[in-house]
Design a protein around this ligand. Structure first.
Ligand SMILES: [Zn+2]
Ligand SMILES: [Zn+2]
Length: 259
């Protein structure tokens, strides 16, 4: 079975272009400089696992003609990663099955606060607004099966917020990272391809800069890295020319295969 990762969005939390910004990247005509908020679709044959239903999900689903979602995984609960959760309800209307959502206990608690109405039974029509079935991960680090697909997961912290990293076979998806436990290199041992956030050249307290993301990649010994969660400081073409062959900025709509 062919396994593919489709980048639905490669931008940082504000997306690119940024509202109100006249910089050369935000005003660029290049489609490579248009970045939706960060999200990927893992495609296993007909099965689609959505990692992070971000605020651009509706536009992404229309643009990439997504007609089916097998389940969704939430890495963490910042708005740029869960702002589109409610838009998944359309798949409940189409498929008439609850939407399965895998996430940490901390993320679940926060989803319950922010999307409280999903959890309320309405007396007058005896149904919830959105039908989700949440699968809470039991540990900070481990292996799990989600719709017959094996995921290795690990936790690191963005400030106080726990973030899930994911490994699917020889591919890992590590977004919103700057601080991490050393055990992450055990979890990522043997991966071929890494997707990791590389926000910009200048440093950030909560994200890797490109240099930090490159150094992290070298420690994992991945053969190829795609940076995501990119802000408007980085022009796609100019930046990619400056990077080594094995490291590139990803772009919206890009597909990569994995095993
Ligand atoms: Zn983010
Ligand atoms: Zn800009």
């Amino acid at each position: 079975m062919k396994k593919k990762l489709l980048f639905l969005g490669t931008g940082s939390s504000a997306g690119v272009p940024v509202i109100g910004c006249d910089c050369s990247v935000c005003t660029s005509d290049s489609p490579f400089n248009k970045r939706f908020r960060p999200s990927v679709l893992l495609q296993y044959g007909q099965e689609n696992i959505l990692v992070d239903p971000g605020p651009d999900f509706r536009d992404q689903a229309l643009k990439y003609k997504i007609k089916h979602i097998t389940g969704t995984i939430i890495t963490h609960v910042h708005y740029d990663h869960i702002g589109g959760l409610d838009d998944l309800r359309i798949f409940y209307f189409i498929e008439k099955k609850p939407i399965h959502c895998m996430l940490s206990k901390a993320s679940y608690d926060e989803v319950k606060l922010r999307y409280f109405y999903q959890f309320i039974e309405h007396k007058n029509h005896n149904s919830k607004t959105v039908k989700f079935e949440y699968m809470i991960l039991p540990n900070e680090r481990g292996d799990t099966d989600f719709h017959g697909i094996n995921f290795k997961y690990m936790t690191y912290y963005q400030g106080d917020m726990p973030v899930l990293g994911l490994r699917m076979g020889n591919l890992a998806y590590i977004t919103d990272i700057r601080q991490y436990p050393e055990s992450i290199f055990e979890d990522l041992d043997g991966i071929e391809t890494l997707v990791v956030s590389g926000l910009r050249h200048s440093s950030s307290p909560v994200h890797f800069s490109l240099d930090e993301a490159l150094a992290f990649t070298e420690k994992t010994r991945a053969k190829k890295v795609y940076f995501n969660h990119i802000d408007h400081e980085l022009d796609h073409e100019i930046t990619n020319k400056s990077l080594p062959d094995w490291a590139k900025l990803s772009y919206d709509g890009q597909e990569i295969e994995f095993d």
